[in-house]
Ligand binder design. Structure first.
Ligand SMILES: Cc1cc2nc3c(=O)[nH]c(=O)nc-3n(C[C@H](O)[C@H](O)[C@H](O)COP(=O)(O)OP(=O)(O)OC[C@H]3O[C@@H](n4cnc5c(N)ncnc54)[C@H](O)[C@@H]3O)c2cc1C
Length: 508
């Protein structure tokens, strides 16, 4: 499975976050030959650190970004249809406290616009709840000064990691060659042309030349680093900002949109898995995106603001935190929160005189499918006759993701039926069973404990983050991947190191 051979592919995608995985799937479904390489694990970058909403974003209305909101709403509907097992409707409350008349009118218009921009939606429309109705829906809200709340619907993707994996699975099912733990180190150059990349496979400890007619950088916040060898201008394309989330035991019944007292920023308190997710922050970031972690200030800010909204809810107890780095199209002279979330495509032939390379700058998870379609359309244009007589129209808006028909559950149940030992839970406080690990290794490229616990199953997203069962998991993986006792120890240590930044503020 871990060989790309000597052949030349149509498209090499560098970066296995949601954008790269989406491009690989779209291009493979349209008949292009595709290779996808990811330096760490699929979804290990920014994609596994978001607020996990599939939304137009009320906030963007304030920025008058109606086009972005409209297209994100359209994508929300598409994702609810093609991934009904991963993307779910989520009702929100937006409570109002002693609002000025002007503020009330502004919010009412915002709510009307949010509905109007998604007229064709399947989700219920907004509704105003009076004070009593609001407190029945969420008894822990601060009642002081509360006049009521807007209820409106958006969508949540609790396990966005699986959205990525299923895109990769489908890409591979349509012939894509996919490699995780494989870093593109340098471009293969033919004069002023990029002809692929040299890739270092960390697992096989080997370098592979992946030759490609077109190379797409989908490296998210690492983009300026990965395209530095192609650029003539030294100005970065990205503005990086960090956002963190804290995860606490379940504290509220509903999802809430709130405004921070300290600086007026919008933030969320959301039900997530069996816990509550609070986020996010937005602060300029320099440095390697892989090193982003929550600081004491970040955590205190979210705890204080959440406590203000729910004075008696236990936001003191933190299970874990996570931090991600947004890759935003660079704009000068605006604050972090005002930078547009719209993506851009960068053609290195037009801008740097280097043919054979494209880059994706920015882009939300919500928009990933649309961005992938746009990139693949452009890839067909660039490849011209080299693309041959292949399908040119994208089908991803109507083709369900592989797990939408329940096939993953069926495969896991079949494994457990064949070997009843695989039906037993791995951890006393989590429902995941051993068959899920076997499936992750055999069918979904899980090569490390982190791959299996954090990005194939949700065992690593529970309160103990799988640390209570890491020995059992390592044993299972060792049997499948041929690890000896020493390698097992190294892999367990490496998992502990991977979750350590997330556990710095854990209460236990
Ligand atoms: C705090 C926060 C909250 C957010 N909330 C939301 C939300 O609620 N809804 C929403 O729609 N969006 C949200 N976003 C935005 C969204 O998470 C990102 O826009 C999206 O995940 C970006 O995906 P990506 O594939 O471009 O980047 P990434 O997921 O970072 O993927 C890029 C990948 O490239 C790999 N890579 C880098 N260099 C190399 C190399 N040389 N070789 C091989 N691979 C390489 C990296 O390892 C990485 O996995 C949020 C972002 C943040 C930070």
């Amino acid at each position: 499975m871990r060989s790309l051979g000597d052949r030349t592919v149509d498209l090499l995608v560098i970066g296995g976050g949601i954008i790269g995985a989406g491009i690989a799937r779209d291009a493979a479904l349209r008949g292009l030959s595709v290779a996808l390489v990811e330096q760490d694990d699929f979804a290990s970058g920014t994609t596994s650190r978001p607020t996990r909403l599939i939304h137009g974003g009320l906030r963007y209305l304030e920025l008058f970004d109606f086009g972005l909101v409209r297209s994100d709403m359209r994508e929300r509907e598409i994702l609810l249809r093609i991934a009904p097992h991963l993307v779910f409707p989520l009702p929100f409350l937006l409570p109002l406290y002693r609002p000025s008349l002007w503020y009330q009118a502004k919010l009412r218009i915002g709510m009307q616009l949010y509905d109007a921009l998604s007229l064709d939606k399947s989700l219920p429309r907004r509704r105003w709840l009076d004070r009593d109705e609001t407190l029945v829906a969420e008894p822990s809200l601060d009642p002081d000064g509360l006049i009521g709340a807007w209820r409106f619907y958006d969508a949540q993707v609790p396990l966005v990691e699986r959205l990525v994996i299923e895109n990769v699975v489908d890409a591979a099912a349509h012939g894509a060659l996919v490699l995780n733990h494989a870093r593109a180190t340098t471009y293969v150059r033919e004069g002023d042309r990029v002809a692929g990349a040299l890739v270092h496979d960390r697992i096989a400890k080997a370098d592979i030349a992946v030759r490609a007619r077109l190379t797409v950088n989908a490296t998210g916040p690492w983009l300026d680093r990965t395209i530095a060898p192609l650029r003539t201008a030294s100005k970065p394309l990205l503005r990086l900002t960090k956002g963190i989330h804290i995860i606490t035991p379940r504290t509220t019944q509903q999802a809430h949109v709130l405004f921070a007292k300290r600086d007026g920023r919008l933030f969320f308190v959301l039900p997530w898995l069996d816990a509550t997710l609070v986020g996010t922050t937005d602060t300029d970031y320099q440095g390697d995106p892989a090193d982003a972690a929550a600081t004491e200030d970040d955590v205190r800010y979210l705890q204080e603001e959440a406590r203000r909204a729910f004075p008696n809810a236990p936001f003191d107890k933190i299970l874990f935190t996570y931090a991600g780095v947004r890759a935003l199209v660079r704009e000068e002279g605006v604050s972090e929160g005002e930078v547009s979330r719209k993506h851009a495509l960068f053609d290195h032939e037009r801008r740097d005189g280097i043919a054979g390379a494209l880059s994706v700058v920015g882009g939300k998870i919500t928009a990933y499918r649309d961005i992938a379609e746009e990139v693949t359309d452009l890839a067909f244009q660039k490849l011209g006759s080299a693309a041959g007589p292949r399908t040119h129209g994208s089908t991803t808006a109507t083709t369900p993701l592989p797990g939408a028909d329940g096939s993953r559950e069926r495969e896991i149940m079949a494994l457990a039926k064949a070997d009843p030992a695989l039906a037993s839970p791995l951890c006393a406080h989590h429902r995941s069973v051993a068959a899920e690990i076997v499936h992750a290794v055999r069918s979904e490229w899980a090569l490390t404990i982190g791959d299996a616990l954090l990005r194939r199953t949700d065992l690593g997203l529970g309160p103990c983050q799988g640390l209570d069962s890491v020995g059992v998991v390592a044993e299972r993986m060792a049997a499948l991947l041929g690890w000896d006792a020493e390698r097992r120890r190294v892999e367990i240590d490496s998992y502990r190191r991977e979750v350590e930044p997330m556990r710095r503020f854990s209460s236990e």
